[in-house]
Write a protein that binds this ligand. Structure first.
Ligand code: NAD
Length: 351
């Protein structure tokens, strides 16, 4: 690899990380981009097949829970900036195994912070620890109001509690050790490469296979949805132009009740699969609510909108159309993920 800036991206084999890695590898040929990922069930290098041989890209298989390995990688590659996405990310899994979330999301983040602090000590210029987080740290909203960067933290699930903990540690390292950082908290993402345990790809997969669509509770739960490439573009902007030691909220100005979102998706699938109108909706099946389920999230993204001039490029209807097209055109990817076959991709390419 050649060039100046050594950039570490963690979790780059995952859903959002793969879009961030591709964007940076293609847009910044002068950066040396290191994708560090332990390849859990959620990490899939097939997501990055098209760029894996680029000169400015290198994959590092490592676990952020292993402090010794992380320290030695920081010494070896002299990372100057970090975009930290590696995490356990699925709320339902956090309910059955909260400890895994404490380990990776809190301890793993602290291991990265320590390594960065030690190697950047006394030389903060040009350094940045960019921590990627979620709007779920703010808890649940009533029918009105929006989360701003000043909203108090009030997490309700083990997942959001672990992300809140990691956000606090990043800020604390900034205050205590002058570690240059920035944090962004984003709403629900959807798009290509998302593991089919999350709502949209799960439902697309079930619709393809004519399986039931399990909707939690009364379906009136409200989320703000953002197309993943719009999130990656916001990350690029914050990375380069965001003010240090600050937080940015990222959202789509795009609130949907789950049931309306599912109906929209069903309509799109009916058309794409040439099914008769309303055929997909018959698959909707209401299931017992998730415990601790937050009623409503909605983001006030006016800070990034006014300070950095960012706004989403697509509506939910457009983004969902692109997403459905991608899953239909990449049935092999979907089959590999559902069957677990993607897990052997790393061995074939790298070992
Ligand atoms: P994901 O589960 O698809 O990917 C996570 C990646 O991290 C995987 O590649 C996995 O192998 C890797 N990883 C997990 N544990 C690791 C460890 N101990 N060491 C090294 N790598 C490890 O997640 P995602 O949806 O792409 O989310 C990425 C980040 O964005 C997370 O921090 C998440 O909290 C945040 N976020 C996600 C959303 C969303 O809607 N998906 C919204 C806002 C913020």
């Amino acid at each position: 690899t050649s060039g100046n800036l050594n950039l570490l991206i963690t979790g780059g084999a995952g859903f959002i990380g793969s879009h961030v890695v591709r964007l940076f590898v293609e847009k910044y040929p002068d950066y040396n981009i290191y994708n560090l990922d332990s390849l859990t069930y959620a990490g899939n290098l097939e997501n990055l097949k098209d760029i894996e041989n680029e000169e400015n890209y290198k994959f590092l298989k490592a676990d952020i829970n292993d402090a010794e390995v992380i320290n030695s990688l920081f010494k070896k590659y002299r990372f100057q900036r970090v975009i930290h996405l590696a995490a356990e990310s699925h709320v339902d899994r956090s309910i059955s195994d909260p400890v895994a979330f404490v380990k990776t999301n809190i301890l793993g983040t602290v291991n990265l912070l320590n390594a960065a602090k030690d190697i950047w000590r006394g030389e903060p210029e040009g350094k940045l620890f960019y921590h990627i987080s979620t709007d779920e740290v703010y808890g649940s909203l009533g029918d009105k109001g929006l989360f701003t960067e000043k909203s108090p933290y009030d997490p309700n699930s083990p997942y959001s509690a672990s992300k809140a903990g990691s956000d606090h540690f990043v800020r604390a390292y900034g205050e205590t050790y002058d570690l240059p950082y920035v944090i962004s908290n984003c709403s629900n993402n959807y798009g290509p490469n998302q593991f089919p345990e999350k709502l949209i790809p799960l439902f697309i997969n079930n619709l393809i296979n004519e399986k039931p669509l399990p909707v939690y509770g009364d379906g009136k739960y409200t989320r703000d949805w953002l197309y993943v490439k719009d999130h990656a573009a916001a990350i690029d902007l914050i990375f380069h132009e965001g003010k240090g030691m600050e937080t940015y909220n990222i959202g789509g100005f795009n609130e949907w009740q789950n049931i309306d979102l599912v109906r929209l998706l069903c309509g799109i699938m009916d058309k794409k699969l040439n099914r008769s109108k309303d055929e997909s909706e018959k698959l909707i099946s209401f299931v017992k609510n998730r415990p601790g389920h937050d009623k409503r999230y909605a983001i006030d993204a006016s800070k990034i909108n006014t300070e950095l001039n960012w706004k989403p490029s697509v509506t939910l209807n457009e983004g969902l159309g692109k997403t459905v097209d991608w899953y239909l055109q990449n049935e092999e990817w979907l089959k590999h993920v559902v069957s677990g076959e993607y897990l052997s991709y790393y061995k074939k390419q790298y070992v």
